[in-house]
Design a protein around this ligand. Structure first.
Ligand code: IPE
Ligand code: MG
Length: 223
């Protein structure tokens, strides 16, 4: 969800207003993706590196996230959305951690869209945590394979992403789903996150459908 800050600055507003608008935008994005048949959605809300932002912005993001979880969970639950947090919980305020845990518990059995919320998430941190648990579990190094490894990631319940949409014009991964994105298709757009409209989401999915995914193999019959 990149571009909130610039969206606000363009309007002469404080950056936090951009984040507020960005959170507000999740609703319509989710509804659009659902109507297009998408079953798993991951939103990257706060990275392990975002702690390095000015303290007032970090605090603003934390309270925005808390309010969003408090306000949107019931509505998402009514729409049969399963909410799953991806990331660390150790550094979150206990109140926020509790709200996230409640949201997960409440929606755990839902069968509609799975909404993964990456908050205090970093791909490298996720891989490290997986390795630590694998060592603690005493797995046989020679028996460890990719299928076993993926079950130690935060995303064990979701398939690898087919498509990653990056708003805000940057063309980098920024520590997002490093393991899972090995063969994801990428769509990047200069559109700032709060300006992302359903029409462009449709366009992104259209572009995705036109891609030929070869997974490192060659194209053609029998390939
Ligand atoms: C949202 O956009 C990203 C985060 C929530 C942390 P930015 O805050 O990165 O917006 P820009 O890039 O400054 O416009
Ligand atoms: Mg940014």
């Amino acid at each position: 969800m990149d571009g909130n800050g610039r969206w606000a600055v363009e309007r002469g507003l404080p950056r936090l207003e951009g984040h507020r608008e960005g959170v507000e935008r999740i609703r319509v994005v989710l509804e659009t993706l659902r109507s297009l048949g998408v079953e798993h959605v991951t939103i990257y809300a706060f990275s392990t590196e975002n702690w390095g932002r000015p303290q007032d912005e970090v605090e603003g993001l934390m309270s925005l996230f808390f309010v969003a979880v408090e306000e949107q969970t019931r509505e998402l639950h009514e729409r049969n959305v399963r909410i799953v947090h991806l990331g660390k919980t150790a550094n979150l305020d206990p109140e926020l951690r509790g709200a996230v845990e409640d949201a997960q518990r409440l929606t755990a059995a839902n069968t509609g869209i799975t909404l993964n919320v990456a908050f205090d998430y970093g791909g490298r941190d996720e891989i490290l945590q997986a390795v630590r648990r694998i060592i603690r579990d005493g797995l046989d190094p020679d028996a460890l394979d990719e299928e076993t490894f993926r079950h130690y990631l935060f995303t064990a319940h979701s398939p690898d992403p087919d498509l990653i949409i990056r708003t805000g014009g940057e063309q980098r991964i920024s520590n997002f789903l490093l393991w899972q994105s090995a063969y994801s298709e990428y769509y990047h757009t200069p559109t700032l996150w709060p300006d992302l409209l359903p029409a462009e989401l449709e366009q992104a999915l259209e572009a995705y459908r036109a891609r030929q995914r070869r997974y490192g193999k060659v194209a053609g019959p029998g390939a």
